[in-house]
Write a protein of this length. Sequence first.
Length: 116
Amino acid sequence: VRLVESGGGLVQPGGSLRISCAASGFTFSRATMSWYRQAPGKERELVAATISGGGITNYADSVKGRFTISRDDAKNTVYLQMNSLKPEDTAVYYCRARLFSVYDYWGQGTQVTVSS
């Protein structure tokens, strides 16, 4: 099983960034896919999630209206489009996959830094 995040980087406040998570080794279409983030000195927190089929999504209050999670089951990839970025969005962003409440996989993370 592999989850490989990409697309992180440095962006100015107010800017946009899209990060991706490419999955392999499991039935991606059946998985609940989530994005978490962890800032220095803080606990890891849920940012956004999308269930199998992508029909239902969930967002942290702090990112509602600014971030959009989406998935492409044909490409085994989940995305996080981040708009109107703020310095407080600076964190390592992790991809998570869960299946059948039993299997739980994490990626290695990608750094997002919002700074002028």
